[in-house]
Design a binder for this molecule. Sequence first.
Ligand code: NDP
Length: 246
Amino acid sequence: MTSRVALVTGGTGGIGSAICQRLADQGHRVASNFRNAEKAQQWQQKMQAKGYDIALFEGDVADPASGRRLIDSVEAALGPVEILINNAGITRDTTFHRMSAEQWHDVINTNLNSVFNVTRPVIEGMRKRGWGRVIQISSINGLKGQYGQANYAAAKAGMHGFTISLARENAGFGITVNTISPGYVATDMVMAVPEEVRAKIIADIPTGRLGKPEEIAYAVAFLVAEEAAWITGSNLDINGGHHMGW
Ligand code: NDP
């Protein structure tokens, strides 16, 4: 198979780490970003101990200038980004009547504006080269909404509009653009939810358990494959049956 340059934003997190490893297993040259050098070094050592060499570059994807610098650094070191996984995300949960402007903007900037900040600098190159894969990691809650997550659900729903528009604009250039909407996956983000709330969530999942990061990474690998060239503008729900239908 062709070895490509892949950038996974938020690659040091729970789902991101699994995506980085899976893409590296497939022979791709994988990069991600970091914001805290010490944390980044620890993560990289952990990856190296497992036999993975994932390149890390400084970058805050919520910031347009930093997003562009991130792409410049990755491309200078590894070559043009051919696979982009927009995975970085945060939550700032609270009901809307209590939500501060900061909580709203932090989540929109990190989860949605980041998609512009990072995709915009790579899309022209992908079009010129006639090949690309862009995948947004959205969320079940971008489809069905969630109590206390008006900011998060708005950002994640926005990813779908972005995906289907970008897919249309670039379908003639060998670029596919898709969204994956995970349900609740056992990462720090979900483990930060109070235990009693988590127990209620799990009780509502037909498979009776949280997802594993590797189960999301598997879908990323599927959509990235050369054989997936006709899958574009799609959303793939991976949620243990937690949200079915349209
Ligand atoms: P984690 O909290 O484990 O990881 C999030 C990652 O994003 C970290 O590497 C974090 O880096 C990075 N990040 C956050 N903000 C920024 C920023 N401004 N610039 C650059 N990097 C940033 O989360 P998950 O792995 O659980 O989630 C990954 C994605 O999947 C998110 O988009 C999330 O919304 C989505 N998702 C997760 C679900 C789940 O159940 N876990 C369910 C559905 C969707 P740092 O260490 O610097 O903070």
